[in-house]
Design a protein around this ligand. Structure first.
Ligand code: ARG
Length: 574
């Protein structure tokens, strides 16, 4: 059950009874638990509307709430806040029903399911895929898992950058500097190398630039040989990308790259012009946003066709959005793309609104990944680190860390765990903070078994599993129909955190902020740690033992489920 949701509704009903007004309760989790568990902030604004003294109003709302089963005490504080204390019996009831729900751990489905396209990863195959695309891949994958779990229908789409002017350069570059063998062996790196060389050559020599334009035009016109080369770029890159996605445990439902939409672009532009949304300006076709003040102020139109007739990134995105509406039947699209593209998406969404598109379009932006020197992440040689190298290194570091931690694992176990812990750590560090902030990539913090890290949570989960193994107890066999007793402070604090699980999952899904789940899991692991230090579990009195075992088992299930929703495995032994 969504506790916060439920309490919010109770409070709104109480408000209605006391004032006759339908007003939001503005219920929040209390910051300081000594004042209560939840706080109602909606009375003061309501009192103004109702023309009643706020404290008096608050008192009658509080009285009503205090008679509810869920609430043991409701107190008026300050000018008209209400502090709610949850009843321990009611909390235990919630725990029992969570414990009994192995399938969903008490997380309900959404009332109304959307059909959502998640546009994520989407590297440009001509340029090296870098950590920015890794962020998109990790965040997008977590969102897909999360949205599916709460009941939405989701299509994960890799909108590859597989078309555009760079292919003219690449074709010229391939003929001049390329190696077919290398392209097969290391396609992404080879394409990156060719691109760099061709780009430099074109800058120095106008003839090379002309040649590139010519090859591009030939490719676009369907020239057999150029299509062939382009296809080989695509196919070889795809093999390597699949390898990386495989290591990350990420998959896509569709790979509809930019090239897929090229035939539709003529019509898109013609339609925009016909409807008066776009117009010619100095030979190019542009959308101006004179009617949208915050975009107009930027004085940057959106170009949909260049003077030379070429279409752009934005043109493709318009066609793509229409396709998603008309053929994928989506009513929501999430674009998991670097925050630096935010203007592009604001303009795109404005154009879609002008076209009468009512799908909910959201830019799920994220910040940059920096090295500990606050500059973009580099290898020792000074090049941008490649993704497969990054994953290799994470696994090596994880193995090294496990050896140092003295975890009582065999060499074989360590090598089996290394990818789970290493890749889990990479994912977790990315998901653990607000996606909009930049973050420093710090190997030591990332692979640490302390602090808010992937390995710390995996370890916490494995430790609980070890308790059950030691006691010879099968967690599934725990009785959820016997009465529970939570008495000790650490038990109560832990239980109150546990019952927030469903709210957290739904909030993370609604806002596309996976870090909310990380926050919950980290708090949980820490609360469990203090509980476990102070309360014996296996050696407890029978009455307490049942409660404590159930608490432990739900903690372990929430960590496992929470990590799984983030795309991270939680092994049973570590
Ligand atoms: N290929 C683009 C890039 O690497 C990202 C594409 C994101 N998706 C989209 N529909 N624009 O910058």
């Amino acid at each position: 059950m969504r506790i916060e949701h439920y309490l919010d509704e109770l409070a709104a009903e109480a408000i209605m009874k006391a004032s006759g007004v339908a007003a939001p309760a503005l219920l929040r989790r209390a910051k300081d638990p000594s004042f209560g568990d939840y706080q109602i902030n909606g009375v003061m604004p309501l009192a103004k509307i109702a023309g009643k003294p706020p404290r008096e109003l608050a008192r009658s709302i509080a009285e009503n709430l205090a008679s509810q089963e869920a609430i043991s005490r409701a107190e008026v504080a300050g000018p008209g806040f209400i502090n709610l204390h949850l009843s321990l019996d009611w909390i235990c009831k919630q725990l029992r029903s969570m414990g009994a729900d192995a399938k969903r751990d008490g997380v309900p489905l959404v009332e109304k399911a959307d059909k959502i396209v998640v546009d994520f990863s989407s590297p440009n195959i001509a340029k090296q895929m870098h950590v920015g695309h890794l962020r998109s891949t990790i965040i997008g994958d977590a969102l897909i898992r999360l949205l599916r779990f709460v009941g939405h229908e989701v299509i994960g789409d890799n909108h590859l950058g597989d078309w555009g002017t760079q292919f003219g350069l690449l074709i010229v570059g391939m003929r001049r500097f390329g190696s077919r063998d290398e392209l097969k062996r290391n396609p992404i790196e080879e394409l990156g190398r060719i691109y760099k060389l061709a780009n430099a050559a074109a800058k120095q020599d106008e003839a090379v630039a002309d040649q590139a334009r010519l090859e591009l035009a030939k490719l676009q016109a369907g020239d057999g040989e150029n299509r062939e080369i382009w296809k080989s770029f695509l196919e070889t890159s795809r093999v390597e990308l699949e390898r990386i996605y495989g290591r990350l445990g990420v998959s896509f439902d569709t790979w509809l790259g930019e090239s897929f939409y090229q035939d539709m672009l003529d019509d898109v532009v013609a339609d925009l012009v016909k409807r008066g949304i776009a117009r010619e300006d100095g030979g190019a076709v542009c959308v101006f946003f004179d009617d949208i003040s915050e975009l107009a102020a930027l004085k940057t139109p959106l170009i949909v066709q260049k003077k030379d007739g070429a279409f752009l990134y934005a043109t493709t995105d318009i066609a793509t959005a229409l396709y998603r509406r008309d053929h994928l039947l989506a009513n929501r699209v999430l674009y998991v793309v670097d925050q630096r593209q935010s203007l592009h998406f604001r303009q795109l969404f404005a154009v879609m609104a002008k076209l009468g598109v009512t799908m909910r379009l959201e830019h799920i932006g994220f910040g940059s990944v920096l090295g500990t020197d606050n500059k973009p992440l580099k290898t020792r040689e000074g090049n941008l680190i490649s993704l497969s190298e990054l994953l290799d290194r994470a696994e090596e570091r994880a193995a090294e860390r496990m050896r140092c931690e003295g975890l009582n694992l065999s060499a074989q176990q360590i090598s089996d765990l290394a990818p789970i812990v290493g890749i889990g750590a990479i994912k977790y560090v990315d998901l653990q903070q607000n996606r909009l902030s930049d973050y420093q990539f710090d190997w030591d913090k990332m692979i640490s078994f302390k602090g808010n890290s992937g390995p710390y949570l995996q370890y916490a989960h494995a430790r609980i599993q070890a308790v059950f193994r030691k006691g010879g107890i099968e967690p599934k066999s725990l009785m959820t129909d016997t009465p529970l007793y939570i008495e000790h402070d650490t038990e109560i604090a832990l239980a109150k955190q546990l019952i927030c699980f469903a709210d957290t999952i739904h909030q993370a899904a609604e806002t596309s902020y996976p870090h909310l789940i990380c926050d919950h899991l980290y708090s949980l692991a820490r609360l469990f740690s203090s509980f476990y230090e102070q309360c014996p579990v296996l050696k407890a009195e029978p009455k307490q033992r049942t409660t404590r075992l159930l608490l432990s088992s739900i903690v372990s299930r929430q960590i496992k489920r929470g990590l799984a929703l983030l795309g991270i495995e939680a092994p049973n032994r570590m």
